[in-house]
Design a protein around this ligand. Structure first.
Ligand SMILES: [Zn+2]
Ligand SMILES: [Zn+2]
Length: 350
């Protein structure tokens, strides 16, 4: 049997093609993908030589759908179950997992089970993945599109929990993309008092205002450091999160935080690049700098529950639902800032 998929053939070369439907693993299942989110990391991968010439390849990791087939040895799920696949997979046996930080799992064989291949009509889920966990049931009354937000929300949820954003924080978020918007909304839910959003793009900043942002700064028009200092009586913010792929915003971030404050490097920067930091400022101002990536199982489950709960306005984040065939439009809409979150539907007609 054939299926439709969006295959990457090289940087910015994504084509819709008919390929073989994957075989159902004996102890696994085949998921019929009903919705798949288009992630910032997907866009970075699809537009750069992310596979070092090793093409074609199918990206897409924000995957939700129905169980379409089960292997003869699969007992946990049945055909028709509605599932969310968290792409992180952890062993729950290594020291890191046992410590409660499964996001740092050191069992590489297990973490390499991370799910991808979502830009297609079906995906195979291995028995090993099912045994290791990170697959959650989607209630009947929740749309697949809403459930797909569980994945991008996960890392944000984990970050804000790890650095304990709450009342009465003043928080600076650099980067008004979908991740920055999730951060702002969640920071508000957690009790942050003032949220300052910085970006280069007015369209994005304007859209970010619906997610609890108190002040926006366009850093091409005003000096973001001076403005943050003015807004905080010269002290700097309690916490600053750099959620862009740029080294420059990491450099700036330590100049916006108060003495003893916390800076998080959330966004990945170009591989091998170096960031210049004023280390004497870090030293004399007792600044904490923290990296962030991923989420533990516990956080992923709670983030998923938040994404599907009425407390979280998923419908405001999903600005575009497009057929998979329109993936290139989705990339463009996200890049220009016209879209916050694009969700693709592999079974819709173009
Ligand atoms: Zn994602
Ligand atoms: Zn582990």
């Amino acid at each position: 049997m054939k299926m439709k998929a969006a295959l990457m053939y090289g940087p910015s070369d994504v084509r819709i093609a008919e390929i073989d439907k994957p075989e159902c693993p004996r102890d696994g299942l085949i998921l019929k993908i009903m919705a798949v989110g288009l992630c910032g990391s997907d866009i970075r991968n699809l537009t750069s030589d992310s596979r070092k010439g090793n093409y074609p390849f199918i990206y897409g990791h924000e995957i939700v759908g129905y169980v379409d087939e089960i292997g003869t040895e699969q007992t946990k799920y049945k055909v028709g179950d509605r599932l969310f696949l968290f792409p992180g997979t952890y062993c729950m046996e290594c020291d890191e997992c046992i410590s409660g930080h499964s996001e740092n799992c050191s069992n590489r064989a297990v973490s390499s089970l991370a799910g991808t291949g979502g830009f297609a009509q079906f995906v195979a889920v291995s028995g090993e993945k099912i045994r290791r966990g990170g697959i959650y049931d989607i209630p009947e009354d929740v749309t697949f599109e809403a459930a797909s937000l569980g994945e991008p929300l996960t890392s944000v949820f984990a970050c804000l929990e790890n650095i304990n954003v709450g009342y009465p924080d003043t928080l600076v978020i650099i980067g008004a993309g979908p991740i920055g918007c999730f951060m702002s909304q969640l920071a508000k839910i957690r009790g942050a008092q003032k949220i300052i959003m910085i970006d280069l793009n007015d369209t994005r900043l304007e859209m970010a205002k619906q997610f609890g942002v108190n002040v926006t700064i366009n850093s091409t028009k005003e000096d973001p450091i001076a403005t943050v200092l003015t807004l905080t009586n010269g002290k700097g913010a309690d916490k600053v999160i750099s959620a862009t792929p740029a080294n420059a915003t990491q450099t700036q971030s330590i100049h916006m935080v108060r003495k003893g404050g916390l800076v998080v490097f959330f966004g990945g920067v170009p591989k091998g690049s170096m960031t210049e930091l004023d280390c004497n400022l870090i030293h004399y101002n007792n600044i904490w700098i923290k990296g962030h990536f991923g989420a533990s199982y516990s956080q992923s489950k709670r983030a998923f529950q938040l994404a599907i709960s009425p407390a979280f306005p998923t419908e405001k984040f999903i600005t575009h639902i497009l057929p998979l065939d329109k993936i290139n439009d989705g990339i463009r809409l996200t890049r220009t800032g016209e879209a916050i979150k694009v969700v693709l539907r592999p079974w819709d007609k173009a």
